[in-house]
Design a protein around this ligand. Sequence first.
Ligand code: FES
Length: 144
Amino acid sequence: MANDSLPPNQRRFFLTIVLGGISAVLSVAAGWPVFRFLSPASGGGEVKPVEMPRAKIDVGGAQFFTYHGSPAVVLQKSAGEFVAFSAVCTHLGCIVKWIPDKEEFLCPCHAGRFSTDGAVLGGPPPKPLKSIPVVLAGDLLRIG
Ligand code: FES
């Protein structure tokens, strides 16, 4: 009968290597999402405007879109007058909704209210919605 067991010092070395490898893999797996969250977005910092047909937005209507990875909204206040804002509430970051009947933005989380200029009308938000420049180029809106 062959003795196939390893001496205790080799067994300990083998277990150390295996457990160390497993620990390293688990550490990388746990740390990767944190690294991705903290690392800057790719794209080299050049900010491209978002283009949208102006016909997509009715007078008094709003259109939500994604602006550099964040929710944003463009509003046609009156015929040909467009404004755009970040749709992220300045209180705790919920996404505002457009309420056409009241002509204001409402944050569903704590009832923060914003005017068509992005100013705070009521509720806990400490600052206005962040404005995004809009340029009208023919039938196209360039936002950003
Ligand atoms: S997150 Fe908008 S009012 Fe609190």
